[in-house]
Write a protein that binds this ligand. Structure first.
Ligand code: ZN
Length: 475
């Protein structure tokens, strides 16, 4: 994620916002814990369910921007694991649920807080597969997150003339029932119907299947919060990336010519990253730049760029900025392909490496001098403070702060200085390759870095991730 403008310059999303507010987890704690609540993330204790794994979602959506009404039929396929389940709970809030079917049969359900609980006629056996179909409709309601100041709300964001879903880190359950945590990545099919002349788009490869319906398939596992849908009036700009990668950019209708030149950096940086950290991980790429009407109606959309899988979202104009384009592109490897195990302990390497890629972009364009200048400026911004950013363990309210972005990026710079270019990129490549389409954690970074360096790298990571003192910048 990345953000814009509150201090007149392009900076990471909440590094401008975070000092303004300390939200804590008040809204999450408002609901009594049920036995099946919580996948085990200490930062978001009630989020998700560890009693099953969703493997695939089919979202059939019908949205009318004129009335802002969404009709949905969502099927979650999954496997019960590790114990039998007498109740199947999913994260979900809002809408009117008209029916729930479990394995094709009508099922009774209850709703409380942000959970929908389904009662099977008899417990679901451990290891058994299931299909949970939820049929619902209504006007989408925005939801908040403990990771964002209260003025920023996301989920399915309707605006005059369209809608876009923006959900990191825990707002997808505001528009579809899901196991809303990165530990449960799944594949997605999204079928969207909207009246003409609205264009519809989601993650992955799309095709038209009816006069007003498109079908998108994402065949690699994705985070629920990195699934998006956009409905609006868009023009399309196509590009071709390395290895014939199809790239489709959606920009506000009538503004296409403004984006042709700025978007040229995308194929170039895909190649640059592929040469250093491994091949681009998905079957397609693209961008969605939503229109002014969207950002004027929602504070989050006003400042945001977000790495939705294979098709990141950009606020108006932000996709004209090469650093932001490359930041969200880099997340496709770091964050989307390899994802956090828990938010608070792992967000530093997700945002830190995406931020670091902006220094790599400076290096690609301006060589070592430009890279060094960017690092020097970043370090100067934090070294004057009395204590280090300690990015390694962050509360929800600090997840998208200076701590993760700059603290993480400088940690990667220091690692590169310590190991040298060849071994540094070998570590990153091995990390992405080993954990491709899965989840990883700090211990995985330490393990691979130690193996490549030939020495115990835990002290290095302890200093940069958890130490109180401002670490000395390696020369
Ligand atoms: Zn980011």
């Amino acid at each position: 994620m990345r953000g814009y403008g509150l201090r007149g310059q392009v900076v990471s999303f909440s590094m401008r916002l975070r000092p303004l507010i300390s939200l804590g987890c008040t809204f999450l704690c408002a609901f009594a814990l049920a036995q099946d609540d919580g996948i085990g993330d200490p930062t978001f204790p009630t989020l998700g369910n560890k009693g099953y794994k969703a493997t695939h979602y089919l979202l059939k959506l019908n949205y009318d921007p004129e009335t802002a009404q969404l009709k949905a039929n969502v099927t979650m396929e999954g496997v019960v694991d590790p114990s039998p389940l007498s109740t199947l709970s999913v994260d979900f809030s809002g809408f009117t649920v008209s029916a729930v079917k479990l394995n094709g049969a009508s099922a009774t359900f209850t709703r409380s807080g942000a959970k929908l609980r389904v009662k099977p006629a008899s417990p679901l056996a451990a290891g058994s597969k299931f299909a949970l179909e939820t049929i619902y409709s209504g006007k989408p309601e925005l939801i908040g997150s403990a990771a964002l100041p209260p003025i920023y709300k996301g989920g399915w964001v309707a605006y005059p003339g369209g809608a876009v879903a923006a959900c990191e880190p825990d707002m997808s359950h505001g528009w579809f029932p899901c196991n809303d945590h990165p530990l449960n990545k799944a594949t997605f099919d999204v079928e969207i119907t909207a009246p003409r002349p609205y264009v519809t788009v989601s993650n992955g490869i799309g095709k038209t299947i009816g006069p007003t319906t498109t079908h998108f398939t994402l065949d690699k596992p994705a985070l629920t919060c990195m699934v998006t849908v956009a409905v609006g009036k868009y023009g399309i700009l196509k590009q071709v990336g390395p290895n014939s990668l199809p790239i489709t950019n959606y920009v506000p209708l009538g503004t296409e010519t403004q984006y042709i030149e700025p978007l040229q950096v995308t194929p170039k940086f895909i190649q640059y990253l592929s040469d250093r950290i491994g091949p681009y991980p998905f079957a397609s790429y693209g961008t969605i730049t939503f229109p002014d009407e969207a950002s004027k109606s929602n504070k989050l959309l006003e400042v945001m760029a977000l790495e939705t899988t294979s098709i990141p979202l950009f606020s108006p104009g932000s996709s004209k900025d090469a650093a932001t384009l490359c930041h969200e592109l880099t997340h496709q490897w770091m964050g989307d392909c390899v994802s956090v195990t828990n938010w608070g302990d792992d967000i530093w390497w997700v945002e830190g490496f995406a931020q670091y890629s902006e220094f790599m972009l400076a290096e690609m364009n301006g060589g070592k001098a430009a890279y060094d200048a960017a690092i020097k400026a970043a370090y100067a911004s934090v070294s004057a403070q009395s204590h280090w950013l300690k990015p390694g363990h962050l509360p929800a309210a600090d997840m998208f702060s200076l701590r993760s972005y700059i603290g993480g990026a400088l940690t990667f710079h220091a690692l590169r200085k310590k190991l040298g270019d060849e071994k540094f990129f070998q570590v990153v490549r091995q990390f992405v390759d080993k954990h491709r389409y899965g989840n990883a954690s700090v211990k995985d970074w330490i393990e691979i870095a130690t193996q490549v360096a030939g020495e115990d790298m835990k002290p290095f990571f302890d200093t940069w991730l958890y130490g109180d003192a401002v670490p000395k910048l390696p020369s």
